[in-house]
Write a protein that binds this ligand. Structure first.
Ligand code: GTP
Length: 171
């Protein structure tokens, strides 16, 4: 933990699951139906007031989910304090992809990194393919916090990032 209480957080997940949208909802409170794919990675920072009256800075790296950028992953997560793994509840493949990211992370970033799982697009309940209990059970099995989120409807987003900041602050 640095003196300024700044933490590096990396968003990981398949293309189109909503990584950029979650970050833009959190930092700028905006949402776009036509969010364009991230190329390589982008970065946004937010100072968070914690419930214990402290504060933390989250420096969040939003990585590209498209497979052609896969090899860049370790550049962003190698020295990260936390990884937020995102899947789309309407896309089972994206849930499987989270599981393979976690295996890779464990090998390269080690076990120190804090993990959180976001089951995104919860507003699309009628098209759901991954049950909430499957998501929760998996998150528990890897020692990760679990959040049901919708960047579009602004559900669970602030809670997810706040929980990451609180967990890192407490470390
Ligand atoms: P890459 O940059 O390619 O890795 O994609 P990404 O994971 O950053 O996804 P992005 O935020 O670009 O969102 C992809 C699409 O999903 C966009 O059309 C968004 O508008 C849409 N989207 C993102 N979050 C939500 C959500 O919570 N609900 C719904 N219905 N659509 C969402």
């Amino acid at each position: 933990q640095s003196a300024s209480n700044a933490f590096k957080v990396v968003l990981l997940g398949e293309g189109r699951v909503g990584k950029t949208s979650l970050l833009l909802r959190y930092v700028e409170n905006t949402f776009s139906e036509t969010q364009t794919p991230t190329v390589q990675a982008t970065y946004l920072s937010k100072r968070v007031a914690l419930e214990n009256d402290g504060a933390a800075t989250l420096n969040v790296w939003d990585t590209a989910g498209q497979e052609r950028f896969h090899a860049l992953g370790p550049i962003y997560y190698r020295d990260a304090d936390a990884a937020v793994l995102v899947y789309d509840i309407t896309d089972s493949d994206s849930f499987d992809r989270v599981k393979s990211w976690v295996k890779e992370l464990r090998q390269i970033a080690g076990s120190e990194i804090s993990l959180a799982v976001c089951a995104n697009k919860s507003d699309l309940e009628r098209a759901r393919k991954v049950s909430q209990s499957d998501g929760e059970t998996y998150a528990k099995s890897i020692g990760a916090a679990f959040f049901s989120t919708s960047a579009k409807a602004d559900k669970g987003v602030a809670q997810a990032f706040m929980s990451v900041a609180t967990a890192l602050d407490a470390k």
